[in-house]
Each structure stands twice: as structure tokens, then as C-alpha cells.
Unconditional design. Structure first.
Lengths: 253, 280
């Protein structure tokens, strides 16, 4: 597909204020100011990402590995443009398809078809584009007339089918995945897997955050290791996985 | 598809350029995409019709009942001519309802859309535009009351009624700027939301809706109508709609409020739109 897609991160840091109720309250700020109490009421700052330098070129299949809370999801959100880094610069070229939190934008009360429209509009597609893909999405879900019913009447498996079909109806040069999506019954799972494989195959860049070692080995050609927000290693999948699994083993022992 | 996603990235180019300028560009670009937020707002309304048969007309009915009951009682209490008071009260209350709901929902807008904001990269202004469009559609339902009232108590129709359009436009700019600023403030400081609800109630009584400007003329409260921006904004829609004369000063005042709120909203948007996701 595209050979021009690239992602360049330079010294990217993300710090979060973890706002306690006190910090969220203007009243308590006011009281503190009035009573001239200057005690250290600094909001708790969490450094979710710290000085990340990353170059991803077209053709790269990058796995992000790391323990829970290492910053994998934060990094994906930064790449998707949801979080804007508090320091450093990020340059992303190429259409970005972020496949996480797929159910956002869906409404329980709306019908399947209406939800196709809603989610499409939410991610920034035009009405005409969504109308053009409606039939194709409907066919992929195999839900038939059920798409005229409100979402709340769907079983969770049916809902997942719809959510998956809508999310993967668009393609991107850069695909961001937070864990591989597996949905539905055996037959649909196979179909979903196939579609995801196709999307990944066509994409210029894949960034996948996962704990699934076999999946990473079969899908990715590069990997980075995150530890407490810092990128401690980058290299081939084997090297990084050995490091990660070895390190995790050490910690357990 | 997804073409505007790229524009939201924090690349060095936009960093160097003026932040205000890029914020204004983003707002205008999204406002032009009526297709997106307009359709979402329409779907919100159609969902309300699905939940109850008459949908947003429930609010219209409640308003109509308030106008009929409170309107006649207050007209009698204040010894007002009912033919003069009722239309002014009706239009005033309907416009006030739009203002109050928009500011209230606006103050909660980013918190309420938090899940979406953290899942999908989209300019924040879309949520605000959708909310305002939804409330304007509900407001359009309420116009039914005015039509019905006109059938009972007609007032003169004059070409100056068309001035309601620029008046309404000014009001919308104020609401947009106000909603953005309040939304960001309330995302950061969660206790302001409830303060805004009670504050609006307080302002309601200080605004000539249930009382008229004429009734305070010459009293100690006359200044209230002059310094209260809500009174001035309300009049921008109410007076043209009732074929009442407007002077240049009122328009100028309205424009000043619109510019001021737009400026505050824009500065907040430029400064904090990239931080909002972290506060949610």
C-alpha cells in the first residue's frame, strides 16, 4: 500500500496529573488561598511516558511489550493523537486506524444501522462514505434484519460482531492495536481473524501492544520494551521477547 | 475517511505557528462539517422520540403549562396587561431555557463525553457543536408554543422580525464560547458544575423573564437589566420576535458580549484542548 507512512517520536514524555478530589475542587483551592496555607498540595504527577525516541518506517510491524502499567496503552494513545505529549515532538504521516475502545460512540437505544452511522460520524467519516459502506458492513456482520433492532436487544456476541465490522470497515496506513481483537463464535472468529490479517497486511505500519508471545512472534518484525514509561530496549522481536520474558522471570523468582 | 485525524497531531509545524490561529482553524473547519455534528444531533433527537412517543415535545408541553399557569398568575399579580405580558414571558422563558440548558450541558460536555474523547481522536469542538445543535433543535420544538400563542393573542408583525436571525446568531456565538470555556473549567474542577446550576437559577430571577423591564423602570432595580448580559442577549431574540424596536446600542452590546465570549472560549480552546483528555 503506502510506502511513505512514518512515525517519528523525539523525546516524547507524557505526565499526568492524578487529580484527587481535593485537586479537582475549586472550593478547596479557594480555601487554601484565602487561609494562606501554602502546604505542599502538589497534585500527584505520574510520568506515564518518559523520553521516548522512536522511528517507525513503512513495513515495520512493531510490538510493544511490557508489564501492566508500563505505558503501552498511553503510547498507543499518543500515536493515535488522543493524548498530546507534554514534552517532545511527534510526527505521524499517514492515515491512522486505531483499533481500541471499539464500542465508544455506540448507543444502546439506536438500531444496528443507526449505530453504524453514529460510530462512522464519530470517527470523522462523511455521511455519504458511511452510506456507501453500509451494505458491506451489514453483510459482514451476518446479522441481517436484526440490524433494524435497537442495540440493547443484541447478545454480547452479536454486539461484538457489529462493533468489529464497523471498526474494521475503514483502512489505515498505520494500524494501532491494543491486544489482538478476537470476537464471536468459532466461525465468525475465523472470519474476523482473516479480515484483521488483511488489514494488517495492507497497512504500511502496524503497532501492536500485546502480551501474547506467539502472536507477536508471528506478526511483528520489531519490538520495543517499555518499563515504567521508559523505553528500555528496542530490537528484533526475538531479542526483546527474550529480554522481557527473562526479566519477568527474574522478577518472579 | 479519518482525514482530519492527521490534523490533530501535535507536529512541530503547528507548534511554531500561532496556537490561537490553529485553534480557530480547527473550530471553523469542524463548524463547516455540519454533516457530522448536525447528523449526530438529529440522531440524538430521533432517539428521544423513540424513548417516548412525543419525544422532546414533553419539554415543550411542560414549558407550555408553565407559561399558561405562571404567565397568567404573574400578569395578575403584577397587574400587567396579559396581552402584553404573556407573549414576552413566553418568548423569554423559551429562550432562557435554551440558554440555561446549553450552558448546563456545556459545563458537563467533556466529562460526559470522556469515554469517547479517550477512545477516538476527534477535535473536542465536535462534542460542543453537537450539543448546541441538539438544543437548538429542541428549541425549534418550543417555537410551536409561540405560534399557538400568536393564534390566541396576535401581536403586530413587522419586517423587523427578521432581525431575530442576527440576534439568534449572536446568542449562539455566546453559547458556543461559553460552553467551551465552562466545559474545560468543569473538566478540571469538578465542583463547579453544581455551582453553575444554582448560579443559573439565581441569574434567572435577575433577568427580565418573569418580570418586565417596564415594571422596574424608575426603581432601584433598573440597573439590573442594564448590567445583566443575559438580559441583553435575551432581548436580541425576544424583541425582534415580538416586533418591538431595538436600538443600535443594544446590538452593539450584544456584539460585544459575543466577541468577549468567543475570545474567552477560543483562548481556552487553544490553551487547554490538548490537556482535556488527561483530566478525564
Amino acid at each position: 500500500m503506502s510506502t511513505t507512512a512514518h512515525i517519528v517520536l523525539r523525546n516524547v514524555s507524557v505526565t499526568f496529573p492524578v487529580l484527587s478530589f481535593r485537586d479537582r475542587s475549586l472550593r478547596s483551592r479557594f480555601v487554601r488561598a484565602v487561609t494562606l496555607r501554602r502546604e505542599a498540595a502538589r497534585p500527584h504527577i505520574v510520568t506515564a511516558l518518559d523520553g521516548i525516541d522512536l522511528d517507525i518506517r513503512a513495513g515495520d510491524r512493531v510490538a510493544i511489550v511490557g508489564a501492566n502499567g508500563a505505558g503501552k496503552t498511553t503510547l498507543l494513545r499518543v500515536l493515535a493523537g488522543i493524548y498530546h505529549p507534554t514534552a517532545g515532538s511527534i510526527d505521524v504521516l499517514g492515515r491512522c486506524l486505531s483499533l481500541f475502545d471499539l464500542s465508544a460512540g455506540f448507543d444502546e437505544e439506536a438500531t444496528g444501522y443507526e449505530n453504524i452511522m453514529r460510530r462512522g460520524l464519530v470517527i470523522g467519516a462523511r455521511r455519504t462514505e458511511i452510506d456507501a459502506r453500509r451494505a458491506e458492513i451489514a453483510e459482514f456482520t451476518e446479522l441481517g434484519d436484526r440490524l433494524d433492532l435497537p442495540l440493547r436487544t443484541y447478545s454480547s456476541g452479536m454486539m461484538l460482531r457489529l462493533i468489529f465490522a464497523v471498526a474494521t470497515a475503514v483502512e489505515g496506513e498505520i494500524v494501532l492495536l491494543d491486544e489482538w481483537i478476537g470476537v464471536g463464535d468459532q466461525q465468525f472468529r475465523k472470519k474476523a481473524r482473516q479480515r484483521l490479517d488483511e488489514i494488517v497486511a495492507r497497512a504500511g505500519i502496524l503497532v501492536l501492544a500485546s502480551h501474547d508471545v506467539d502472536l507477536i512472534k508471528s506478526t511483528c518484525n520489531r519490538a520495543i520494551l517499555l518499563q515504567e514509561g521508559q523505553m528500555t530496549a528496542a530490537g528484533t522481536t526475538e531479542e526483546i521477547l527474550d529480554l522481557y520474558l527473562g526479566g519477568a522471570g527474574d522478577r518472579k523468582a | 475517511m479519518l482525514r482530519d485525524v492527521i490534523a490533530t497531531f501535535d507536529n512541530p509545524e503547528t507548534r511554531r505557528g500561532s496556537r490561537i490561529q490553529s485553534a480557530a482553524k480547527e473550530i471553523l473547519a469542524q463548524a463547516a462539517q455540519f454533516d457530522r455534528w448536525g447528523t449526530l444531533a438529529l440522531m440524538d433527537i430521533s432517539l428521544r422520540y423513540r424513548r417516548t412517543v412525543i419525544g422532546p415535545l414533553w419539554i415543550t408541553l411542560t414549558l407550555a403549562a408553565t407559561i399558561a399557569s405562571v404567565g397568567t398568575v404573574y400578569a395578575a399579580l403584577f397587574k400587567q396587561d396579559i396581552a402584553g405580558f404573556l407573549p414576552s414571558f413566553a418568548v423569554g422563558l423559551i429562550v432562557w431555557t435554551l440558554v440555561a440548558t446549553t450552558l448546563q450541558e456545556g459545563s458537563n460536555i467533556f466529562v460526559a463525553s470522556g469515554h469517547l474523547i479517550k477512545a477516538v481522536p476527534a477535535p473536542l469542538i465536535v462534542h460542543v457543536l453537537q450539543m448546541i445543535a441538539r438544543n437548538v433543535l429542541i428549541f425549534a420544538h418550543h417555537l410551536l408554543i409561540i405560534v399557538m400563542l400568536y393564534a390566541v393573542i396576535p401581536w403586530p408583525l413587522h419586517w423587523t422580525m427578521l432581525l431575530v436571525l442576527p440576534g439568534f446568531a449572536i446568542l449562539l456565538v455566546v453559547l458556543l464560547g461559553g460552553a467551551v470555556a465552562l466545559g474545560m473549567l468543569c473538566a478540571r474542577f469538578r465542583d463547579i458544575g453544581s455551582a453553575i446550576v444554582s448560579g443559573l437559577q439565581f441569574v434567572f430571577f435577575l433577568t427580565p423573564v418573569i418580570w418586565t423591564e417596564d415594571s422596574v423602570r424608575g426603581t432601584a432595580f433598573a440597573w439590573l437589566t442594564r448590567v445583566n448580559p443575559f438580559a441583553a442577549l435575551l432581548d436580541l431574540v425576544r424583541r425582534p420576535l415580538l416586533s418591538q424596536p431595538m436600538d443600535a446600542e443594544q446590538w452593539l452590546l450584544g456584539l460585544t458580549y459575543a466577541l468577549a465570549t468567543a475570545a474567552v472560549g477560543l483562548v481556552c480552546y487553544a490553551k487547554y484542548r490538548r490537556r482535556v483528555a488527561y483530566w478525564l
